[in-house]
Write a protein that binds this ligand. Structure first.
Ligand SMILES: *[C@@H]1O[C@H](CO)[C@@H](O)[C@H](O)[C@H]1NC(C)=O
Length: 169
């Protein structure tokens, strides 16, 4: 009985590691869409294949305790890491979205080619991106890695004015 419970727990824990956490993903989606609505751009929808893609990369970052973009990525990608100090994975993922959005404070809406230090913000808002994938994983050193992928990819040079509109008011 006890062995069965332990096994169930282990299966549950590894399913979360593989599939990610549905509630967390929805919270991250909603955080994106609240900001997107402020700029009058359409909401994103969660995509299970993109969730798995993002979760794979978050797992890789956590397993290796490294921080780098996925090479040759056909999708947009925002990354974030934080050491855990009493926060849940969801708190950290929501902080990530806020930190990305806060780059808007230094964004110049007249640029059509993007600006250093604001690419997380512009991908978050990017009007023609439609699908979102979310992955979060914690390393053995208690670092939480957050990966979001976007399809279609944003931050395309020459298309910023069209895709990153000013906030509505
Ligand atoms: C984002 O900016 C707001 C407004 O300046 C600030 O209150 C908030 O603390 C910032 N959030 C983060 C995570 O830095």
């Amino acid at each position: 009985m006890q062995a069965a419970l332990v096994l169930l727990f282990l299966v549950g824990a590894s399913l979360v590691a593989v599939l990610g956490d549905r509630r967390l993903n929805i919270a991250v989606l909603n955080a994106h869409n609240r900001y997107r609505a402020q700029h009058g751009v359409p909401p994103l929808t969660l995509d299970s294949r993109l969730n798995n893609f993002a979760q794979d990369w978050a797992n890789h970052l956590a397993e290796t305790d490294t921080f780098s973009h996925r090479p040759n990525n056909p999708y947009g990608e925002n990354l974030f890491w934080s050491s855990v100090y009493k926060q849940t994975n969801q708190d950290i993922a929501l902080t990530a979205v806020e930190v990305w959005y806060n780059e808007s404070q230094k964004y110049d809406y007249n640029t059509n080619d993007g600006m250093e230090g604001t690419y997380h913000f512009t991908q978050l808002i990017w009007k023609s991106s439609r699908k979102l994938g979310v992955g979060v994983a914690k390393s053995s050193k208690n670092i939480v890695y957050v990966a979001c992928n976007y399809d279609p990819i944003g931050n395309v040079q020459g298309q910023f004015i069209e895709n990153v509109p000013r906030p509505l008011n």
